[in-house]
Write a protein that binds this ligand. Structure first.
Ligand SMILES: Nc1ncnc2c1ncn2[C@@H]1O[C@H](COP(=O)(O)OP(=O)(O)OP(=O)(O)O)[C@@H](O)[C@H]1O
Length: 269
């Protein structure tokens, strides 16, 4: 089933800034999609349109069979969980436990259901030991996991994460990879905005590249990262092994260490 359909979407902010133009997008159930592109390309605006935080000024956004124009953000958040770019824009409780329980409580679940979902989300995000802490006493990277847990506890079909890797160390990155795999196993649809191309190579197959309010490419990682024009227009640093392969004069698509080794072995024969 189609989870997200954006048809000829335009969006202008009240000050007249045009953030999105003629934007079309279709995402199926269970897909895992990375959105990449230069700063100000319109990525955050595109995902805010998905959960109704903003409504299109032209065109339509459908979440499953709901047109977002007909629903409030609160109602849409039952289907689309949105993890904000900055955790401080999302967190408003003084205890991790109550922050995570807020969404499930609002959904009207009983205490047992709330507890089960809070426990599940805390385990999955690796924060079960800090449930009684004040989120504002925690480092930025941990606050980000609190916001991810708050969204996962509501068990939405679609999860949107805005820059989950920002500020994460190797352990944090591994945890995010683990969360993505678990969500995929559960058949969830995941859209992630990121500037981290190594993260994209490791965890995504489909990539949407954006520049100046437009979608400039939608395809698999090989086709996007091997297209010099797309990379230049989206002003992104190519993945490390792609750059290294280029410097070494290796022909063909290389994104990982294993692929580079394969090419070098073939060339040395
Ligand atoms: N509240 C706002 N009012 C006016 N213009 C805005 C507002 N929020 C974003 N913009 C502008 O809309 C455009 C798209 O911004 P958006 O945040 O969607 O881009 P982005 O690709 O997510 O950028 P980044 O990678 O820096 O987060 C930019 O020109 C930005 O300056």
């Amino acid at each position: 089933m189609k989870q997200i359909r954006m048809e000829n979407v335009h969006f202008s902010y009240p000050d007249g800034t045009v953030a999105l133009r003629s934007f079309d997008l279709s995402i199926e159930e269970g897909e895992r999609v990375a959105m990449i592109g230069q700063n100000g390309a319109g990525k955050t605006t595109a995902v805010k349109l998905m959960n109704g935080l903003v409504k299109p000024t032209g065109g339509n956004v459908f979440i499953q069979d709901w047109n977002t124009k007909d629903y409030t953000t609160a109602t849409l958040s039952r289907k689309v969980g949105y993890v904000f770019q900055n955790p401080d824009d999302q967190i408003f409780h003084s205890e991790v436990q109550s922050e995570i329980a807020f969404g499930p409580r609002n959904l009207g679940w009983n205490d047992k259901e709330i507890q089960e979902h809070v426990r599940y989300a805390a385990n999955l995000t690796g924060i079960k030991e800090i449930m009684m802490e004040n989120p504002y006493d925690l480092p930025y990277s941990t606050r980000k996991f609190v916001t991810i847990a708050s969204v996962l506890a509501m068990n939405p079909d679609i999860i949107v994460m805005d820059e989950p890797t920002a500020g994460q160390d190797a352990v944090g990155l591994q945890q995010i990879g683990f969360i993505l795999d678990e969500l995929q196993n559960k058949g969830k649809t995941v859209i992630t905005i990121t500037h981290d191309m190594e993260f994209v190579v490791r965890h995504f197959n489909r990539v949407i590249a954006m520049a100046q309010g437009e979608k400039i490419a939608d395809g698999d990682i090989q086709s996007i990262f091997s297209d010099a024009i797309i990379m230049e227009r989206s002003r992104l640093k190519p993945p490390f092994y792609a750059s290294l392969a280029k410097d070494l004069g290796v022909e063909g698509s290389v994104l990982t260490k294993e692929e580079l080794w394969k090419h070098l072995r073939i060339e040395s024969r």
